[in-house]
Ligand binder design. Structure first.
Ligand SMILES: [Zn+2]
Length: 80
């Protein structure tokens, strides 16, 4: 037999959803806080750190994509 106490009442769906909503809201805030911006060394534009520059397509000394051909391509993450 389990030694865990049995809950006296079944938890209603709204309180479960409220707790889940709080978790999602806090997780989104944490992700926004971790967004680190940097300046591109090639063109000087503001870009995300560890991501290729969206203005010129360069990441450090490597050219990741051609800006003139791929104008609406999502950001390409670099695994460092
Ligand atoms: Zn750039």
């Amino acid at each position: 037999m389990s030694k865990k106490p049995t809950p006296s009442k079944k938890q209603c769906p709204s309180s479960t959803g409220s707790r889940h909503g709080t978790y999602v809201r806090n997780a989104r805030q944490r992700m926004q806080d971790e967004l680190v911006l940097d300046t591109c060394k090639k063109c000087g534009a503001t870009k995300r750190r560890h991501f290729a520059c969206q203005e010129c397509g360069w990441y450090g000394d490597k050219k990741i994509f051609d800006v003139s051909q791929k104008k609406n391509v999502p950001s390409q993450e670099i695994q460092a």
